[in-house]
Design a protein around this ligand. Structure first.
Ligand SMILES: *Cc1c(COP(=O)(O)O)cnc(C)c1O
Length: 367
């Protein structure tokens, strides 16, 4: 029997999101064990041990609803980043904040400017609100900020600047961002998604939170505990913006969007600079190794400011991704990101990286 109840029209616009294949699923499908996942930019070092301990302790309190304001964590973030508590938003992951921004600011009349080959959640929640997506092309595998500025119209409400960009790994420099913001009219909210900030930090990387501190009203900065702090599974992210810009998010959000364990974990992780520094150091080591090996194998890659590398595997990319999976190595195919010859490979532990290279080399000789 056919099903006649249709979702609202925005929903049918949403392309199906294909997350990295779960390890258990791949193990079952191919009847293998010891599968490694280099497909979702998860932290190969694990989780901040301080966060794990905080979760253990908070576990006895989960009969209670969490604080819907995440006030303790928000205050700690305000202190750490030197902003006012009203300029902080805590979300069910950075994804949760992207959803709340779309819910609060978009309707059928709105336009949203995003780049091609960028983070798919911008598209998902913009479509959900029936807003119109305007996509600009990539420029040398990075965002074309000038094209994004030119794409702004009177109807534009949000511009999503993924920096560094997922899945290409490229970063915009401070001067480019400064020039871009001069071109953006006041009615447009610019959202800098800095999920990989900890890996990208450098003197050339823009200090976007400074715009918020300086009282710029239309800039939002998103960060997350999912990547460098290793908390992807518990879901907690945060953002900064002017108080009036963030206020509507509190109206649309789920009352208890950030669960009690996530708030405790985020608070503890924030204190664990040591874990974060180790994550970044391990990543730098793995990055240098993979660059060398990709060059040896004759594979083009895009230099990265993140914990993943966009690599060209050629016309047989999907075949290679599938064969790698059979051999227990999961990477992310680029076709869903408009990059049909590429794959996005998360930098793993030294052992995982060696296994990836060994398997890839073997498959390339079989081709
Ligand atoms: C991983 C990622 C996020 C999602 O972060 P969560 O806090 O886990 O929701 C947001 N933006 C980009 C670009 C990401 O890669």
């Amino acid at each position: 029997m056919t099903f006649h109840i249709k979702p609202q029209p925005g929903v049918s616009q949403i392309p199906v999101y294909k997350p990295g294949r779960p390890i258990e699923e791949v193990q079952k499908q191919f009847g293998i064990t010891d599968v490694i996942k280099l497909a979702s930019n998860e932290n190969p070092l694990g989780t901040s041990p301080k966060a794990v301990e905080a979760i253990r302790q908070a576990a006895t309190q989960i009969n209670m609803y969490p604080d819907g304001k995440s006030a303790v964590l928000a205050a700690a973030l305000a202190r750490r980043f030197n902003v006012q508590p009203e300029q902080v938003a805590v979300g069910n992951g950075a994804d949760g904040l992207i959803m709340e921004l779309c819910m609060a600011y978009l309707d059928e009349q709105s336009e949203v400017v995003v780049s091609r080959s960028s983070f798919p959640m911008y598209d998902v929640f913009s479509h959900t609100m029936r807003a119109h997506l305007v996509k600009t092309p990539l420029k040398e595998y990075g965002l074309d900020l000038q094209a994004m500025a030119r794409a702004i119209t009177d109807r534009t409400k949000l511009v999503f600047v993924c920096n560094p960009n997922n899945p290409t790994g490229t970063a915009l420099r401070a001067a480019e961002v400064e020039a871009f913001l001069r071109d953006v009219p006041e009615h447009v909210i610019v959202i800098f998604d800095e999920a990989y900030y900890e890996y990208a930090a450098s003197p050339e990387f823009p200090d976007t939170i400074e715009y918020v501190r300086q009282g710029v009203q239309n800039v939002v900065v998103l960060r997350t505990f999912s990547k460098a702090y290793g908390l992807a599974g518990i879901r907690v992210g945060y953002g900064f913006g002017s108080a009036p810009l963030l206020a509507p998010l509190k109206l649309v959000k789920e009352p208890f969007a950030v669960n009690l364990l996530a708030q405790a974990a985020g608070l503890a992780a924030l204190e664990d600079d040591e874990f974060c520094a180790r994550s970044v150091a391990l990543n730098n080591e793995g990055k240098a190794y993979l660059y060398r090996e990709f060059e040896r194998l004759g594979l083009f890659y895009v230099p990265t400011h993140t914990n993943f590398i966009l690599t060209r595997l050629g016309p047989k990319m999907l075949w290679l991704v599938e064969r790698l999976m059979e051999h227990g190595v999961i990477i992310r195919p680029g076709d869903a990101y408009d990059l049909p010859e590429f794959a996005r490979i998360t930098i793993g532990t030294p052992e995982q990286n060696r296994r990836l290279v060994r398997t890839l080399e073997q498959l390339l000789t079989e081709m």
